[in-house]
Design a binder for this molecule. Structure first.
Ligand code: NAD
Ligand code: DAU
Length: 350
């Protein structure tokens, strides 16, 4: 692997992945980051990487659905491997307006697969980054394994399920050298503040209401984002073609417990709000998300056993690092929340 194309590298997980590969692995090749820069894409998240690794990092602004543009990138940079992160990723947005989810997650993935197929044998690996949400909802017990039947419940998860099926089909039909991963909820630095954990950190810091959907008893399996980056890197390098790997943190938590922990840690780390005994008083139960999956939990024994992956962070260590990062990166937060951010993109990337 000499020239790795990362799609969606300016998003939360993609940016953490690129950072991990440059800073912590022995990779000596080039990474080409192809990103459309939607509201969720922040090239600023990689500004230091762009400076430090200028000769081995290329950013190309563009849409994965744009066939001739992607073909040009594959040819110009002699791409030999693809790590496909680009997607519309927020469930609530998919419920309000599914259009971009169908376009990017399904048509975009199809466009990449088709081009990768046309670029065989130059392309030696296509890794598709997917989600545990394709499996639907669990009851009180049990875990998602790699053979759990698909049962997606939101437009987001249905679009990801569709892309997973296409990836699998391109392997079976055309022998495209694919691997796939289905991961649980990530958290950590550079997480866009529409998702539960960063939203709660920022609202709680500012003394704003903390909207908890339904009864707050929905369960998610939280994984620190660097651990996900390590898993993807291992799969790219050691994963078996045609195989899929479940990735999870063995950190099942009820949403309400997550929010309580964020409140307590902020009280400890920055002091209490002047008018509140505890930030927990900010918690506000709001209308439930339609089709809200009750519980996710991943059985990640396959990747542990076969590739030797193991998460390094517990929820306790990971959430402290995450809160510290949001406390120390006020400029990034102000930037992604402001209109200036769009101006910055226009100035730098047209
Ligand atoms: P994100 O929303 O933070 O980032 C998505 C990135 O893709 C952004 O930089 C955006 O600009 C880019 N993008 C969107 N549409 C594009 C298009 N048409 N062409 C090119 N670039 C485009 O998402 P994330 O949380 O980093 O998720 C990355 C991947 O991981 C997604 O495929 C998601 O389904 C999957 N995933 C996410 C989680 C999670 O907890 N966040 C868990 C499991 C799997
Ligand atoms: O499981 C993997 C998935 O995790 C990824 O595929 C998605 O891209 C990612 O966004 C995430 O999806 P969720 O819907 O689980 O994440 P979100 O942060 O939106 O919500 C987490 C839980 O918190 C969920 O049960 C809904 C709830 N929630 C969320 C928000 C934003 C609230 O109670 N209040 C909120 O304000």
């Amino acid at each position: 692997m000499k020239n790795l194309l990362v799609t969606g590298g300016c998003g939360f997980i993609g940016a953490n992945f690129i950072r991990y590969v440059f800073e912590e692995t022995d990779f000596t090749g080039r990474i080409v980051n192809l990103d459309k820069l939607t509201y969720a894409g922040n090239p600023e998240s990689l500004a230091d990487i762009q400076r430090k690794f200028a000769s081995r990092y290329v950013f190309c602004r563009g849409d994965i659905c744009h066939r001739s543009f992607v073909a040009e990138v594959l040819d110009t940079y002699s791409i030999d491997a693809i790590a496909h992160f680009a997607a519309e990723s927020h469930v609530d947005r998919s419920i309000v307006k599914p259009d971009d989810f169908i376009q990017t997650n399904i048509i975009g993935t199809y466009t990449l697969l088709q081009l990768a197929r046309e670029h065989m044998p130059q392309i030696t690996r296509f890794h598709h980054v997917s989600t545990d949400e394709v499996f639907g909802s669990l009851g009180e017990t049990g875990f998602f394994t790699e053979t759990t039947p698909y049962s997606p419940n939101s437009p987001y998860s249905a679009s990801k399920a569709s892309s997973d099926h296409l990836v699998r089909a391109y392997h079976e039909t055309y022998k495209l050298p694919v691997t796939m991963s289905n991961c649980s909820n990530n958290y950590g630095p550079f997480h866009f503040p529409e998702k539960l954990i960063p939203l709660m950190i920022l609202n709680a810091l500012e003394g704003k209401p903390l909207p908890v959907y339904g009864d707050g008893m929905n369960v998610r399996d939280w994984l620190y984002v660097r651990d996900h980056a390590v898993a993807i890197w291992m799969i790219l390098n050691k994963g078996v073609t045609g195989e899929t790997y479940n990735v999870g943190g063995r950190n099942e938590m009820k949403n309400l417990d997550v929010v309580n922990i964020v409140c307590d840690l902020l009280d400890e780390m920055v002091g209490k709000l002047p008018d509140k005994e505890s930030r927990r008083e900010l918690i506000t139960f709001v209308k439930d998300r339609p089709g809200h999956d009750r519980r996710y939990a991943i059985d990640c024994s396959k990747i542990e056993r076969q590739l030797g992956w193991k998460p390094a962070e517990s929820f306790d260590t990971g959430i402290r690092k995450t809160i510290r990062w949001y406390l120390d990166n006020k400029d990034w937060i102000a930037h992604v929340r402001s209109g200036d951010y769009l101006k910055w993109i226009a100035q730098h990337y047209g």
